[in-house]
Structure formats: C-alpha cells, structure tokens
Design a binder for this molecule. Sequence first.
Ligand code: FAD
Length: 361
Amino acid sequence: MFGAAVAYGLARDGVSTIMLDGADGSLRAARGNFGLVWVQSKGLGLQRYADWSRESAHLWEDFAADLRDSAGIDVNHQNGGGLNLLLSDEERENYRRNIDIMRQQAGADGYDCEIIERDEIQKMVPGLRVGEGVAGGSFGPHDGHVNPLKMLRALHRGFTQLSGRYFPCNEVNHISHDGGVFVAKSAGNRFTAPKIVLACGHGITKLAPMVGLNTPIRPQRGQVLVTERIEATVEMALGSIRQTDEGGFMFGNSEEETGFDDGTTLPVTRNIAARAVKAFPQLENVRLVRNWGCIRVLTPDKCAIYDESETMPGAYVATSHSGVTLGAVNARHISRWVSTGDTPPNFDQFSARRFDVPATA
Ligand SMILES: Cc1cc2nc3c(=O)[nH]c(=O)nc-3n(C[C@H](O)[C@H](O)[C@H](O)COP(=O)(O)OP(=O)(O)OC[C@H]3O[C@@H](n4cnc5c(N)ncnc54)[C@H](O)[C@@H]3O)c2cc1C
C-alpha cells in the first residue's frame, strides 16, 4: 500500500515511474487490513506522527476524489468521525489514561478524542442496539474509513492510467548503485533508474542495507473476521466492528507475536466474535463467511520511518503500519519529497535514526 501510494503520487506529478511488485502469494498487508483512516491513539511518544496521521485524514477527502477522477473508482471514503468501543471498566480506564497522556504530549495543539457514554454511542449507531456490556467508547472526530481493496485497486489503476508502468512478479533481490544509476534485479529482469524508493513492507529488511539504510521493522499478526452482507445499519467508522460499504461486518483485529505465520486460530477467532456480540448482541445470528490472518509491518514505536540514504542519495525507504490512513500523505508529500527533495516541516523526526542508542562509555 505504501509503494502503490507513493508511485501513484509520482505518476500524478508527471514523474516517469516504474513500480516493481511481488507475486500474488507475497505478504501484502494491503489486502488483509481493516480499512480504517484512523487518527485517535496514533503517535504516542512521537507527536509529529500524530500530526502526520491527522493531516492525512484531512487530505483523504481530496485524495478520494482524485482517485475517483484518475481511476474511475469510488473507494467509499467516510469521514464522519470514529468510535472505539470499550468493553470493560478496565478498558475504559486504560483508554482514559491514554487520552490524558496524548493530551499532555500534544500541548497547545490539543488532542481531539473523548470518552463518551453508552447513550451517546446509541445515538451515533441508531441501526444497532448497543449491548449492556459496553462500558463506553472513545470518539475521535478526525477518524473515518474506506474500502481498502478498492483503494489498492484505484491506486494501481490510477497509476497505470497516468502512464506509470507496473511490473508484478518481479520481486527485487539485489540493488546496486553505479554512476548515479540504481540497478534493481529480480529473478528474470534488470531495471535501472536515477532514484529508487523501497516501500515494500517486510521486503525492506533485506533491501534497505543494500542502499546503506537500516530500517527496523517486525511482523505482528492480526486476525480479521467477515460476516455475510446485511442491510446497511452502521455508517460510522468503528474501531473493531466495522460495517463495510458492501454490507458485511468486519470484526477485528488481534495483535499476535507469531512471526510470519499468517494463519488463523480458533481461540482468537472465538474471542473476536464474542467481543462483537458483546458490543452488538443482534450480530449473534449473523453468519461468518470468512476469516484470515495478515501480517502487520511494525516499526519499534509503531510510527512511520521515512529516510533517504546518506551513502547513496536517491535511495529512499518509506514504511509504517497504517498504510491506509497514510495513503493521502504518502501520495502527496512523500512523492514530492522523492521527486523534488522538498520535505514537510520537522520531517527528520521520521528518520530511523531516532532508534539509535547513544554508545555508553
Ligand atoms: C490485520 C491488519 C489490519 C490493518 N488495519 C489497518 C487499518 O485499519 N488502517 C490502516 O491505515 N492500516 C491498517 N493496516 C496496515 C496496512 O495494511 C499496512 O500499513 C500497509 O499495507 C503497509 O503497506 P506496505 O506497502 O508497507 O506493505 P504491504 O501492504 O505488505 O505490501 C508490501 C508490497 O511490497 C511487495 N514487495 C515485498 N518485497 C518486495 C521485493 N523484494 N521486490 C518487489 N516488491 C516487493 C509485495 O509484493 C507487496 O505488494 C492493517 C494491517 C493488518 C495486518
């Protein structure tokens, strides 16, 4: 999703761009995610990332319109705010503390998120009865959601309509730099370009050192469940029980340290389903039709890394969790950074150098 958004932005700006991609079976969080454009709780410990997420959410409306124009695909972006249901007093208290910390961190800029009560939640989701087990919710006015599969499709189609050239099944296994030109090799092909952007999820771990960059990321599994389609009842973006534009509900999503195992397990599936039914008891009789596991791309502080190589200028990395949320800033600001060198304010805060531990004597 990161790569497709940056490539789309470059093509949009008229920059001659090729996009190299893996095969159908490659790890691809872009195909298994939850579809939230989410700002609340993002950026704990790095305010610049909280601001970045909020900026992207604000740019999303124009971005969706742009995708509609260039790709002819409506990605069903909704930005009426987002609600995260809290299913116990303990969850509520933890979240309240989190809001306090985020507020302190944000200082004068403020942090727009508040805890709301069950009766207010009920007014926000009139189509479903809110369960007795709901202890409250956190409401963020900047949050929203989108159809992530349509988003990926729109980025790809928009990219090619804008004269970008797409090469699937070309997993890059070697990069070299010679005479100001980068050479990327896949099993059967060789591609050259004056600049190269590594925005390839977990593929970065192997490729970044080849351009002199260190990009620490780790895998984390999330399991997601999908129900049959039912009549539309909930338009608002909900943090873990979201109704899609097509009518099905998505329930999610776990956070499991299982390496690159993207399987599913019954205990986790059961727990996710039980939480959904606790939140909205009516969902008890809705049939589950699909579930999957998908691997997140997480940096150590869960905030984005954007870096240009010092030893090989013209080579960039761009990676993070939240590739849906950040789609708008990636397509606009990151593509511009790559093509012109212009950076948004305080952009160096996104460098992976923030993880360097000073040597002790
Ligand atoms: C369960 C789950 C729920 C999520 N929910 C949300 C959400 O609600 N909102 C949100 O904003 N984000 C969410 N995300 C995160 C979001 O999906 C990711 O941030 C985003 O997909 C990451 O994009 P990426 O391009 O870095 O990686 P991926 O989407 O994994 O894509 C990597 C791409 O790089 C290609 N590639 C890899 N290696 C190479 C190579 N050597 N050569 C060429 N190509 C290569 C692969 O083929 C693939 O196409 C979720 C993720 C998960 C797992």
